[in-house]
Ligand binder design. Structure first.
Ligand code: PLP
Length: 427
C-alpha cells in the first residue's frame, strides 16, 4: 500500500465531506479504511484492526464474504434495479419466502425500505394508519425511556435518547414513555400503563426487544416485556419490535422476539439484514395489520415508497445472509462466541475497575467503575487504546461492548479480550 496516496484520503476528505454524528471542529481527523476482509479492517498504512462491532452490527458473516459477493455479483449481471411499485422480481419474492420462514410465525407481509430509521418510521406509520383506517382516533405512541429507533422525525420522536434533538422537538409526534421492565418495577409499570391508556389514545408501542443498543447495550427482563406486550395486545395497541440491532442471531436466537412469548404485530429489520454489503430495510407485519390497509378505497393503502425499494442486489445479499445464518457452520460459531464471552465475563467481572458485566447471545458488555471521570475523555482514551492495539471497539460512555462478526477466529476474540484487559489496567 502506497501510504503517500492513502494518507491523501484523510486530507482530501476534509474539503467536501460532512460525516454523521461528528462535530468536525472537535474531531477533525478521520481514519481512512482501504480494505476489509472477514473480521478485519485495513487502514491507509496497511495497519489492521479487528472489527469488534461488525461495523455497527452489519457484517456478521465477515467483510467481503466470498459466497455473498459471488451471489450479488451474479444478480448484478441479471437485474440491477426496477421500480417496485407495479413490478416485482425474483430476489424480492425469494427473500420474502426465506425470511418469512425464520421470522416469528405471526408475520406474513413484508414492506421494504432503505435503512433502520425508515423501517421504524414505516412501523409507526402502519400503527397510526391502522387505527385511522378503522375510524378510531389513536394518535399517541408509547416507547421505552432511553430507546433508540433512528434519526428521521418519527424515529427521533419515539427515541428517548434525546440529547441532540433540541432543534427538532417542536415538530415531534406525541409519545408517552415507560421505563424498561425489571423484576422490581414491573408492578409500577403496569399501574403507569393503566393511567397512560386512560389519558391518551395510544396507537402503538415501539421497543427494542431484550437489548437497547444505543443505550449502552442495556439488557432487560424478558418476562416483564412479555407482561407489557400482553397488556397492550388486550388494549389493541399495535406492538412494534425494533429488531434493527438484535435481528439475525445476535441474541442467540434468530430474533430477540423468539425469546418472548407474546409476538409483535410489526417487526423492523435492517443492519445485518443485508450483511453490510448494501443498505436495505424491511418492516414486517401480521395479516391483521395488512388487512386494515386492504380495501376498495385507494386512500386506505400505505402510500409510502422509496426509490430503491426492494433493490434486487440488496435482496440477493439478504438472501445469501439468511442462507449463512441457517447453516450449521454459523450456528456453531454463534454458540462458540456465546461460550467464549461467558468465560471472559466470569473472569473480568471481579476486576476492580469493572462495575458489572452482562451478556445476551453474542452481545457482551461491561460497565466501568469510573463514573468520576468525564465521559468524553475516558471514552476517547479507551477508544485510542483499542485502536492503537489493532482492535476497533466503540465504547459508549463508561460501557465497553463487543458485537463481533460470527466468523471471528478464537485468536482474534482472545485479542479483543486481552486489549480490554490491558485498557482496564491503563486507565
Ligand atoms: C441503528 C438502529 C436504528 C437506525 O438504523 P439506521 O440504519 O442507522 O437508520 C434503529 N433502531 C435500532 C435499534 C438501531 O440499532
Amino acid at each position: 500500500m502506497n501510504s503517500m496516496v492513502a494518507k491523501n484520503l484523510s486530507e482530501r476528505d476534509k474539503k467536501h465531506l460532512w460525516h454523521p454524528l461528528t462535530q468536525h471542529k472537535l474531531h477533525p481527523d478521520l481514519l481512512a479504511i482501504v480494505k476489509a476482509k472477514e473480521a478485519l479492517l485495513y487502514d491507509e498504512d496497511g495497519k489492521e484492526y479487528i472489527d469488534g462491532i461488525a461495523s455497527w452490527y452489519t457484517c456478521m458473516y465477515g467483510h467481503c464474504n466470498d459466497s455473498i459477493v459471488e451471489k450479488v455479483h451474479h444478480q448484478m449481471q441479471q437485474l440491477d434495479q426496477v421500480v417496485f411499485s407495479g413490478f416485482t422480481h425474483e430476489p424480492a419474492v425469494k427473500l420474502s419466502e426465506e425470511l418469512i420462514k425464520i421470522l416469528p410465525n405471526n408475520q406474513v407481509k413484508l414492506f421494504f425500505s432503505d435503512n433502520g430509521s425508515t423501517s421504524t418510521e414505516i412501523g409507526i406509520k402502519m400503527a397510526l394508519q391502522y387505527h385511522f383506517n378503522k375510524g378510531v382516533k389513536r394518535n399517541v405512541m408509547l416507547a421505552f425511556e432511553n430507546g433508540f429507533h433512528g434519526d428521521t422525525f418519527g424515529a427521533m420522536s419515539v427515541s428517548g435518547l434525546s440529547v441532540y434533538n433540541g432543534p427538532f422537538e417542536d415538530f415531534f409526534i406525541k409519545v408517552e414513555r415507560i421505563p424498561v421492565p425489571t423484576k422490581e418495577n414491573i408492578e409500577a409499570i403496569i399501574t403507569q400503563l393503566e393511567s397512560i391508556v386512560k389519558q391518551h389514545n395510544i396507537a402503538g408501542f415501539i421497543y427494542e426487544p431484550l437489548v437497547q443498543g444505543a443505550a449502552s447495550m442495556k439488557m432487560y427482563d424478558a418476562e416483564g416485556l412479555n407482561t407489557i406486550l400482553r397488556i397492550l395486545k388486550k388494549l389493541e395497541v399495535l406492538t412494534i419490535a425494533d429488531e434493527v440491532m438484535t435481528g439475525f442471531g445476535k441474541t442467540g436466537t434468530n430474533f430477540a422476539s423468539d425469546q418472548i412469548e407474546t409476538k409483535p404485530d410489526i417487526i423492523c429489520l435492517s443492519k445485518a439484514l443485508t450483511v453490510g454489503l448494501m443498505p436495505m430495510a424491511i418492516t414486517s407485519c401480521t395479516q391483521d395489520v395488512y388487512d386494515a390497509f386492504y380495501s376498495d378505497e385507494l386512500a386506505k393503502g400505505l402510500f409510502h415508497g422509496h426509490t430503491y425499494t426492494a433493490n434486487p442486489l440488496a435482496c440477493s445479499a439478504a438472501l445469501a445472509g439468511i442462507e449463512l445464518l441457517r447453516s450449521d457452520e454459523i450456528q456453531n460459531r454463534i454458540e462458540r462466541i456465546i461460550n467464549s464471552h461467558k468465560t471472559f465475563g466470569e473472569k473480568i467481572e471481579s476486576h476492580p475497575k469493572v462495575a458489572s458485566t452482562r451478556q445476551c447471545g453474542v452481545i457482551f458488555a461491561l460497565d466501568l467503575n469510573m463514573q468520576m471521570e468525564r465521559y468524553g475523555s475516558l471514552r476517547d482514551k479507551l477508544f485510542n487504546h483499542f485502536m492503537a492495539n489493532g482492535v476497533f471497539l466503540r465504547p459508549l460512555g463508561n460501557t465497553i461492548y463487543i458485537l463481533a462478526p460470527y466468523v471471528i477466529s478464537d485468536v482474534q476474540l482472545k485479542k479483543i479480550y486481552d486489549v480490554i484487559e490491558s485498557a482496564l489496567d491503563q486507565i
